[in-house]
Design a protein around this ligand. Structure first.
Ligand code: ARG
Length: 284
């Protein structure tokens, strides 16, 4: 479909699940960003997270929240908890021992909200490595989510899955290197992917927004788009310019405290894709 360059984009209302960073800290290191000797300012983290929630709601989106659990500092990264499509949730199985208990905590939320929940049998880190775009799911592997989990996604949801190999430890999750702009297009940093995966992406998304390494290192690709507005790290300046040229509306939100744990806006935002679960029948 052709569009006039720079013409306004159409946002679609979204439902998100977030988890307040009440117990957020960096006290173990499971990716190259994390350094236990760099303190987290918990008050600042909470203020940044609250502004993210305000921005989501201000754009007209629904924000649900899961209750944080003491001793699970990375639980703030709600995107890692599951992949949710049309009332069904594939719950995560975390790679790092330190994060495994998050799966049960989020499972409780999904079950209470009426989702049909299945726990992944292989290592699977939810939207950290799984990005629905259009009718397919782009699926990262290499550092966290296992290839076997891609097969689980395909079977459980009945969707085509496109496997992508991540090769740079700074971009250990797919959502640090790529995000969906809308149902048709993505933005990504090619250097995070193996040559074969780069070729696949170029073939599938010939008009993709290509980001620089600097923008990727600034967490520019850990963005959340509603099809028009793109919540983006303010330091990803080249990317912001390119998004504007393409007719998107960048909304810079500073989440720098979370960069210390290797996360940004998208990591904090689980999208509840598709229709919510049907409410139980009265009297049933
Ligand atoms: N410290 C967390 C980890 O290494 C950060 C996760 C960030 N989330 C994301 N979706 N990339 O697992």
């Amino acid at each position: 479909m052709s569009r006039v360059p720079g013409a306004p984009r159409t946002p679609r209302p979204r439902r998100y699940l977030l988890c307040a960073p009440r117990y957020f800290e960096v006290r173990y290191a499971i990716n190259p960003w994390m350094r236990a000797d760099v303190p987290v300012d918990t008050g600042r983290a909470l203020a940044q997270w609250e502004s993210l929630v305000r921005v989501h709601r201000g754009l007209g989106h629904t924000v649900e929240t899961a209750e944080p659990v003491a001793g699970l500092p990375d639980m703030v990264f709600a995107a890692n908890a599951a992949l949710v499509l049309d009332g069904r949730a594939l719950g995560s199985r975390f790679h790092a021992e330190q994060r495994r208990a998050e799966a049960a905590a989020y499972g409780v939320w999904f079950a209470a909200a009426g989702y049909e929940v299945r726990g992944a049998a292989s290592v699977c880190e939810g939207e950290g490595d799984l990005t629905p775009v259009g009718g397919v799911v782009l699926a990262g592997t290499g550092f966290r989510t296992a290839r076997a989990a891609h097969r689980e996604v395909r079977e459980f949801f009945g969707v085509p899955v496109v496997g992508l190999r991540l090769v740079d430890p700074y971009f250990y999750h797919l959502d640090t290197a790529l995000f969906a702009l809308d149902d048709e297009n993505i933005a990504y940093y090619p250097g995070a992917f193996s040559p074969g995966s780069r070729a696949k992406l170029a073939r599938l998304f010939p008009d993709a927004v290509i980001a620089t390494r600097d923008d990727a290192l600034a967490f520019g690709l850990n963005s959340v788009s509603d099809g028009a507005h793109v919540i983006v790290a303010p330091a990803a300046t080249e990317l912001i310019g390119e998004l504007e040229r393409r007719g998107y509306l960048p909304v810079p939100v500073d989440l720098s405290e979370f960069h210390k744990a290797g996360g940004g806006a998208k990591c904090c935002t689980q999208e509840l894709h598709g229709a919510p679960p049907a409410p139980p029948l009265a009297g049933a």
